[in-house]
Design a protein around this ligand. Structure first.
Ligand code: EPU
Length: 423
């Protein structure tokens, strides 16, 4: 199992390119199940999660070919497979989004429940509520969801106790694109990744209006055709490098980001003392004379609020800030596994319900730490950049799920970082 070793204290400088969005790619790949004809996706990141989704799609009759220029060709060869088994689905929760497209295009399907997750309880009740509202007949049996019936459209409110659901919205939107009825989806997730999925579907001939808003209207069509489509840049990856730039007070430019997708994060970074220069799709951190970081309290919310996927990295930043900050999770109230690992580096963090209280400290010192999930791993790597000595981040397979060559990108910026393979 590989680990990443970071020796802290190096200044960073230079430009880091942003890869295509993981969380756009995954549902868009699943959406190719709806399409008759070839699909060419550009800017698809080279990530473990993308490989996992491709494996699942192959099982479901898709052929695909990845080109060196980050494009991915997909085409359904066989529309008959309808079964997404536990062994495939349990490796990645996002694979549950094959449910909607399989049902809409193939009439019925059997998809394993995704199972537990380190971020806390992650139910799929809203996915099922939405699909049922537009005509699905659902039966749960042996850990599987069996889906049948006809897509006939309907009106559904998809908000839950933690707000809208990103992949639940994706599942319902995808299913609603085919069929006779019209679907009105209230309290849809507004994340840029959902918008990207809708734009892709419309490029294939779907009729979705209200794209980017909280009410989507989908008029079913008979079939979707293939298209060429470019995935949006990964806002979470971009934000991760900007947090690293501020932590190290370094002149780093993140190239290829969409600043309009990062409003809440840029605002929090500025409040923390960042001087940011924005030129179209390039965001640069300008080092400040004193390099000080101020404490800022944040609360995660669905988009356009502060993203939960940057909470862990922001906590690493706050661990070295001047003063005390309160970090509150409204999306996944249990998503704090990284707090205990950051504490191993000397961070002073106290949990109180859905919040963590972070007392900034001037020094962190390197230690062996364990990555618990993707974003937690990124926060530990960032903390390692400013800790004395070296930090070994174990279980880095988590980071490979969602960050394309993070150690190479950080090394290119001047970080002392290496991957150590342990066979
Ligand atoms: N929820 C329900 N019922 C449901 C679905 C969700 O109660 O049926 C709750 C969840 O438990 C959570 C909240 O609603 O409290 C929001 O969850 P959501 O469904 O929006 O999460 P998701 O769609 O499963 C995606 C991303 C996550 C990201 C969240 C929130 C992908 C592949 N995953 O998950 O990304 O944290 O939205 O923005 O798009 C990551 O990339 O590291 C990651 C975890």
């Amino acid at each position: 199992m590989d680990r990443i070793r970071v020796r802290g204290g190096k200044d960073l400088h230079g430009t880091v390119p942003v890869s295509g969005s993981k969380n756009s790619s995954l549902p868009i790949l699943a959406a190719a199940l709806l399409v008759d004809g070839p699909v060419l996706l550009r800017n698809v990141p080279d990530l473990k999660d993308v490989d996992t989704m491709c494996r699942i799609l192959r099982h479901l009759g898709m052929r695909y070919y990845r080109h060196d220029d980050k494009s991915l060709f997909l085409e359904v060869e066989d529309h008959t497979p309808r079964n997404a088994p536990y062994d495939l689905v349990r490796t990645m929760r996002a694979s549950f989004v094959v449910l909607g497209p399989l049902w809409a295009r193939r009439g019925q399907a059997r998809v394993s429940y995704p199972g537990g997750c380190i971020l806390g309880h992650r139910p799929v009740d809203l996915h099922l509520k939405g699909l049922a509202a537009i005509g699905a007949r659902l039966v749960t049996e042996d850990g599987y969801v069996n889906i049948g019936g006809e897509v006939r459209g309907g009106t559904v409110y998809l908000g839950g106790s933690q707000g809208p659901t990103v992949l639940g919205t994706a599942n319902v939107v995808m299913a609603a694109t085919l069929g006779k009825g019209t679907t009105v989806l209230e309290c849809a997730a507004m994340e840029p990744e959902v918008e990207d999925l809708c734009n892709f579907l419309n490029a294939c001939g779907a009729r979705i209006s209200g794209v980017g808003g909280h009410c989507l209207v989908i008029e079913g069509v008979e079939r979707l055709h293939g298209c060429e489509y470019t995935i949006i840049p990964d806002r979470i990856e971009a934000a991760t490098y900007l947090v690293g730039a501020l932590m190290t007070n370094s002149p780093v430019t993140v190239d290829g980001a969409r600043p309009q997708h990062l409003i809440a994060v840029l605002d929090a970074l500025r409040e923390a003392g960042a001087e940011l220069k924005i030129e179209r799709n390039r965001i640069s951190n300008v080092p400040t004379a004193d390099g000080k970081v101020r404490s800022v309290s944040i609360t995660t919310h669905p988009y356009p609020g502060f993203p939960t996927d940057i909470q862990a990295q922001f906590m690493a930043l706050m661990a070295r800030a001047e003063g005390t900050s309160v970090i509150t999770e409204r999306v996944y109230p249990e998503r704090f596994m990284h707090a205990a690992e950051l504490a191993r580096l000397g961070a002073q963090i106290r949990r109180e319900g859905p919040s963590a209280i972070v007392h900034g400290t001037p020094h962190l010192s390197g230690a062996p730490v364990m990555a618990s999930d993707l974003r937690a791993s990124a926060s530990l790597v960032l903390a390692g950049l400013v800790a004395d000595g070296h930090t070994d981040v174990r279980r880095v397979y988590h980071i490979d799920r969602g960050y394309e060559r993070i150690e190479a990108k950080l090394a290119h910026l001047g970080a002392d970082i290496e991957r150590i393979s342990e066979g």
